[in-house]
Design a protein around this ligand. Structure first.
Ligand SMILES: CC(C)(COP(=O)(O)OP(=O)(O)OC[C@H]1O[C@@H](n2cnc3c(N)ncnc32)[C@H](O)[C@@H]1OP(=O)(O)O)[C@@H](O)C(=O)NCCC(=O)NCCS
Length: 154
């Protein structure tokens, strides 16, 4: 059992350990490096946001079938700090398909250095992407009927 504590709360890392989601797809794994740190020595939030933006686009790309752009970050929560050497796993699912936009939920889990196989939820976000045409204008999405797509209202 790791004796590591959560950076700011002092909560033992072992009490933060969770199961990985089974209703979302693993879309990205990445390990942050020292160059990605902020002045506190944790990983810079903007770096995490960029990874979430990339990870979140993976599932919508299958529906959009062409160019798309991020139109909105509806919610972004940094639940726990991300650290150098964490193995980050990004899970995603579609929560809404509109006329020209797709919204996804992204959850990020960290395996701390020397604590592989134990997952801490560090970030969750909701991001909306818009299918665009060659002129950068919104274009209609033809959404396939897929059981895994949840047509929730956001
Ligand atoms: C994305 C873009 C093409 C949308 O153009 P627009 O004229 O605002 O389009 P619309 O108002 O018709 O909205 C298009 C879709 O986006 C959705 N949308 C627009 N603003 C939104 C917001 N703030 N939050 C959530 N969804 C939003 C609309 O609901 C609509 O979805 P729907 O057709 O499924 O109902 C345009 O805003 C743009 O080019 N933005 C810059 C994108 C970019 O550079 N992203 C990278 C940022 S670094």
């Amino acid at each position: 059992m790791s004796s590591e504590s959560s950076a700011h709360s002092g909560t033992p890392a072992s009490t933060l350990t969770v199961e990985l989601p089974t209703d979302k797809e693993l879309v990205l794994k990445v390990i942050p490096m020292p160059a990605d740190c902020n002045a506190n020595g944790d990983i810079f939030g903007g770096w995490v946001m960029a990874q979430v933006d990339l990870a979140g686009s993976v599932v919508p790309a299958r529906y959009v079938d062409g160019r798309m752009a991020t139109v909105a970050v509806n919610q972004f929560i940094f639940k726990q700090p991300v650290r150098v050497g964490d193995i980050l796993s990004f899970f995603s699912c579609v929560t809404r398909i509109g006329n020209t936009s797709i919204t996804v939920q992204v959850e990020v889990y960290a395996e701390r250095f020397r604590s592989q196989g134990r997952y801490i939820k560090v970030t969750e976000a909701s991001v909306t992407y818009v299918a665009i045409d060659d002129f950068g204008k919104p274009r209609k999405i033809v959404a396939p009927e897929t059981p895994s797509v949840r047509q929730d209202t956001m």
